[in-house]
Ligand binder design. Structure first.
Ligand code: FMN
Length: 172
């Protein structure tokens, strides 16, 4: 049976939302705006595959519409075992190179602690220049890093390549 895909996006300026829309075109599934469409963390349980999108703000924090859902996940501890989860989001490697796309790492820790399978969608750090990131796993980010401020010309091709990667890794 086809896997049910939910694409959950928190995006203040629209960059991560744009990536979410492109992912939906490539992979299908439902696009859930954390600002407009999200009511409760039970919505995560409706899907087999969760693509979790957030830009990074403050000192490496997830976008504001993720604050309450992440709090609820940590508090309520739903069992997410069996779910395939991958992370994506926008950042700015130049001005915010000390916390570049760190939100992805914070969200990986939370979803991973609930039993979700977070091994998918790792993305090489080649081609980026930054100082630190909580999203780092050796030579990879724990998900797709987008930098539409400094590398806008790469955004669409990065998202498309990542969608292809997920098709193979998650057998979509
Ligand atoms: C006040 C402020 C704080 C930011 N903090 C970070 C940060 O810690 N890490 C990072 O990678 N990008 C940071 N950014 C850059 C945003 O993530 C970037 O503008 C991104 O494209 C926004 O994506 P969105 O349109 O999906 O919200 C920050 C931007 C602003 C204006």
């Amino acid at each position: 049976m086809a896997k049910k895909i939910g694409i959950f996006v928190g995006s203040s300026g629209g960059v991560t939302m744009g990536a979410g829309q492109l992912l939906q075109e490539e992979l299908g599934g439902e696009l859930v705006s954390m600002e407009d469409d999200f009511d409760s963390i039970e919505q995560f349980e409706e899907y087999d595959v969760l693509l979790i999108g957030s830009s990074t703000w403050g000192q490496g924090d997830p976008q504001r519409d993720w604050v309450d859902p992440l709090y609820d996940l940590k508090n309520d501890e739903p069992d997410l075992s069996g779910k395939k989860v991958a992370f994506f989001g926008a950042g700015d490697q130049k001005t915010h190179g000390e916390h570049f796309v760190s939100a992805l790492g914070k969200m990986r820790d939370i979803f991973g602690a609930l039993g979700a399978d977070v091994q998918y969608g790792k993305w090489p750090v080649d081609g980026y220049e930054f100082k630190e990131s909580l999203a780092l796993e050796g030579e990879n980010f724990c998900g797709l890093a987008i930098d539409d401020i400094n590398q806008a010309q790469l955004t669409a091709s990065r998202v498309q390549a990542w969608a292809e990667q997920l098709k193979n890794e998650m057998k979509l």
